[in-house]
Ligand binder design. Sequence first.
Ligand code: FES
Length: 127
Amino acid sequence: MYLPRVSKAPHVREVAATAEGWLDLCPADVAPGELRAFDIDGRAILIALARGRLAAIDDQCNHSGCLLSSGWIDEQRAAVICPCHEISFELATGKNLTIPRLCDDQPTFPLKIEAGRVFIRLDGDPR
Ligand code: FES
């Protein structure tokens, strides 16, 4: 388990979008255990790396609204732990790994890395 390195959510008011709808979010330099938060037009997004895989997940916990970016990474389960009631969500799928009947799975978003940059999609149905 890593201790969190919480970054303040930068307000991303304008992000470059490709013709295919991918948003150019940030450099692909996310460190293991880092919780990098963004506010894109009022939507809280968290990107994090666990077990070598970078993922994008809704930063606002669907249980009671706390920000997952204030929590920490469980590297063994490739999950982010909410700081408020310690429910863990698998980063790649958003699956609630702790008490599935207590709250829903967390929305996740398609993510890709190209030319050293992180691109995500917010349109369409989250995974
Ligand atoms: S607000 Fe996230 S677990 Fe309760």
